[in-house]
Ligand binder design. Structure first.
Ligand code: SMG
Ligand code: MG
Length: 374
């Protein structure tokens, strides 16, 4: 294929409620969608959509939204336009001289992949080798001001039917909140926590207090670079250690597994540079007996649809952060919102990612449209 045009649609979507993690509170989602037009070898012109998941501030990862857009415009687009024989499988190679910036790379690879699959009339799930028609839907619950508010928020999501609760924690809002949720909703609740790197190894004795609550896992307790310290913490705690921020590539996943730093990995396609690398991490983890599950970055209906297909691979044995559109948005940008029903989300079956951008909604939420010159 040959890339004909590349446009970035910058969006701002209000959240239904503020979302608080250990690094801050978010009240709106800013992101950009990548619209790529390609010409196939048969001469057909196809359009594909990708989504950039970088947050607007560099507090989850060093990569952040405006930086990612700049990298796409100034460094990735020229390489993609110069490639004569572009496929989703070669995007990574074409972009190899640009160091890092996995979220920027993932968003353009995603658009090429969607276009390629649409040209083939093939669904993303079929391309990946997905084996499930639905995937269990977990919900990520933000840090609340009080233990009572945490119990209330969790109860609300359980009433809606979510299959698993992930509670955000930070020092000062951890053990008491976890204990109250366990007490209120019982031992059978699939329940895990996410610290977003808010602790240090010095907190090991404190974190060990979480062991008595039989959590599925604790996600990223320590810093992004602290692979060895996570391995040390894993020897001190019974709760399985899951890495999120630290796993930025298949190589990082291989190191974490070899060092015993993770018995579970949260796979986020954006964080690792794209869906193809995400599948490699799935394969590698499965071969090493390490469980994976699909994380979330408050994606719109496009990213969520793609995540649902990824999570339908056989190694995704734990529920993902694949909640319905209404968990964060009163209105999504796709013609059909992502729906959680009976604790699951359906894996899309249509060509490409299987969802369509609604032009009216796109215009409503769009703050800027950038046409990148070829
Ligand atoms: O997309 O449902 C979602 C949110 C999942 O908690 C979630 N993501 O560290 O795993 C994580 C966070 C990253 C984004 S926090 C603003
Ligand atoms: Mg996380």
């Amino acid at each position: 294929m040959k890339l004909l045009s590349l446009r970035l649609h910058h969006l701002e979507m209000p959240l239904v409620a503020p979302f608080t993690t250990s690094f801050g509170t978010q009240t709106a989602k800013r992101c950009f969608l990548v619209e790529a037009q390609l010409q196939t070898d048969a001469g057909e012109v196809v359009t594909g959509w990708g989504e950039n998941v970088a947050l607007d501030r560099p507090m989850y990862s060093s990569e952040y939204l405006d930086g990612a857009a700049d990298v796409v415009e100034r460094w990735l687009a020229p390489l993609l336009f110069a490639a004569d024989d572009l496929t989703a499988e070669t995007v990574g190679h074409v972009l190899r001289k640009v160091v890092g910036n996995p979220m920027a790379k993932a968003s353009v690879e995603m658009a090429v992949l969607d276009a390629q699959l649409r040209a083939e009339g093939r669904s993303f799930a079929s391309y990946l080798g997905a084996v499930e028609r639905t995937v269990p839907s977990g919900v990520s619950v933000g840090i609340q001001d009080s233990v009572a508010a945490t119990v209330g928020a969790v109860g609300g999501y359980l009433d809606q039917g979510y299959a698993r609760i992930k509670l955000k924690i930070r020092p000062g809002a951890d053990v008491a909140h976890v204990a109250a949720v366990r007490r209120e909703f019982g031992d059978d609740l699939p329940f895990q926590v996410d610290a977003n790197a808010a602790y240090t190894l010095v907190d090991a004795a404190h974190l060990r207090r979480l062991d008595e609550f039989d959590l599925l896992l604790i996600e990223q307790p320590l810093g992004e670079a602290d692979i060895r310290q996570h391995a040390q913490l894993a020897r001190l705690m019974r709760t399985p250690i899951c890495l999120d921020e630290s796993v930025v590539s298949a190589e990082a996943a291989a190191d974490a597994i070899a060092l015993g730093a993770a018995s579970v990995i949260n796979v986020k396609p954006g964080r690792v540079g794209g869906y193809l690398e995400a599948r490699r991490i799935h394969d590698l983890s499965r071969a090493n007996g390490v469980a994976v599950w699909c994380g979330g970055m408050l994606e719109t209906g496009i990213g969520r649809a793609a995540n649902a297909a990824l999570a339908a691979l056989p190694g995704f044995t734990l529920p993902g952060d694949i909640s319905g559109s209404d968990r964060f948005y009163s209105e999504d940008i796709t013609t059909e919102p992502v729906r959680m029903h009976d604790g699951v989300v359906d894996v899309p079956t249509g060509p490409g990612f299987g969802v369509e951008v609604d032009p009216a909604k796109l215009e409503r939420f769009r703050t800027a449209l950038v046409e990148i010159p070829a």
